[in-house]
Design a protein around this ligand. Structure first.
Ligand code: NAD
Length: 356
């Protein structure tokens, strides 16, 4: 089990240190190699995703990623900004399937911005297509408008497109995931307006014929955004395209209380994966020892389950996280009166103790 450790910037190194500590507390053998990425790599090698880091990632079974970015790089040309590292890794490794579970832990129910009864017991999974859609579609650019009421004016345009194989493979990922859970998939589209998403809906329905044991519904994205705050527990697995998934998964993250709790996994066809917390590098709290490491620790659990076929170890880590929450231990982002405030390292240590 060969893991590339890419801590990155800001709180990245602090939270990844805790996840590595938890992995090392399991009775499993890992080969771990660390490399700089993002702003740290720009400082060390002049590029956010140096060749050596990319090669290490390509050769690994799985990548544990912290976070990249810092405001001080905002003036750099786009290709050199830290965030390009994550886009480059997704593209180079073909990481087309993004899993974002949104789980509301019992002890954190009150931390959600929704009423506790709406989120208590919430456990949904958003499966987002990650390498297609309007984010990558060509052509794109700026030009003089060739036609229309404003012909000759300056305009910008992007292209929304999906091929059948791209939709088929993400639909299969979602149906397979649903089989391990509540056996329900909601495919989110905008088929009433967009040709691309009428096609999406048709292809998902075709793939569904191979999964008669899984229930499939279709929902327009505007309705899905509303239902997520109205009645989030009615979802099991949501599958959608890159742009809608980007927006809906952030919306879902807030249902659970803190972004510091949310793991994610991005997988390719070979089940090689990049595992990272859903949050960024949080430069505002970097170096203060207060970042919540649980999203990264839970990402390590997803890594064990999806890429390293160690689901028992994954279950143990998830149970340990529940134990520390039940013990009342909280980093400041999830702290409330009556609970015990701890720092990043203490939280990691507590998970290790709970594992043992
Ligand atoms: P952010 O997620 O870094 O922070 C948003 C807020 O949440 C901040 O107040 C932060 O302190 C808090 N927060 C985030 N993670 C936390 C944790 N584990 N524990 C406690 N509090 C936490 O988002 P931002 O401030 O918009 O972006 C900061 C930088 O991160 C930017 O450079 C951005 O581009 C980058 N970013 C990177 C990734 C990635 O690496 N995949 C994702 C999103 C943003």
């Amino acid at each position: 089990m060969n893991i590339a450790i890419l801590p990155g910037d800001g709180i990245g190194p602090e939270i990844v240190t805790e996840a590595v500590k938890v992995l090392n507390a399991l009775d499993l053998k890992f080969e771990m190699q660390t490399a700089p990425v993002g702003g740290a790599a720009y400082e060390a090698a002049g590029h956010p995703l140096p060749e050596a880091t990319l090669n290490l990632a390509k050769a690994a079974d799985a990548i544990l990623f912290g976070a990249v970015g810092d405001w001080k790089y905002d003036t750099l040309e786009r290709a050199l900004r830290p965030e390009q590292a994550i886009l480059g890794l997704r593209k180079a490794l073909g990481l087309f399937a993004n899993f974002r579970p949104a789980i509301c832990y019992e002890q954190l129910t009150h931390a959600s911005s929704l009423k506790p009864e709406l989120v208590a017991g919430l456990d949904i999974l958003i499966v987002r297509e990650l390498t297609g859609d309007i984010y990558f579609g060509q052509p794109r650019g700026r030009r003089s408008a060739p036609d229309g009421a404003f012909a000759g004016s300056e305009e910008a345009f992007d292209t929304m497109r999906y091929t059948r194989p791209e939709i088929e493979r993400i639909a299969r990922v979602a149906f397979d995931a649903a089989r391990q859970r509540g056996k329900r998939v909601t495919s989110v589209d905008k088929a009433n307006v967009l040709e691309t998403f009428q096609f999406w809906k048709d292809v998902v329905s075709d793939v569904h014929k191979d999964y008669p044991d899984v229930q499939l519904d279709h929902m327009y994205v505007d309705n899905a955004a509303m239902q997520l705050v109205k009645e989030p527990k009615k979802f099991d697995v949501i599958v959608t395209g890159n742009m809608f998934g980007d927006i809906l998964s952030d919306e879902a993250s807030m249902l659970t209380g803190s972004i510091g709790m949310l793991p994610s996994a991005s997988l390719n066809e070979k089940k090689q994966g990049l595992y990272e917390p859903s949050h960024g590098s949080a430069p505002d709290i970097a170096g203060k020892g207060v970042a919540n490491p649980l999203a990264t620790i839970l990402s390590a659990a997803m890594m064990l389950r999806f890429s390293l076929r160690q689901s028992e170890a994954a279950d143990r880590i998830e149970a340990a996280v529940k134990t520390v929450l039940a013990q009342g231990l909280r980093t400041p982002d999830i702290w409330s009166a009556g609970t015990t405030r701890v720092g990043t390292t203490q939280m990691g240590d507590a998970v290790v103790n709970a594992l043992r």
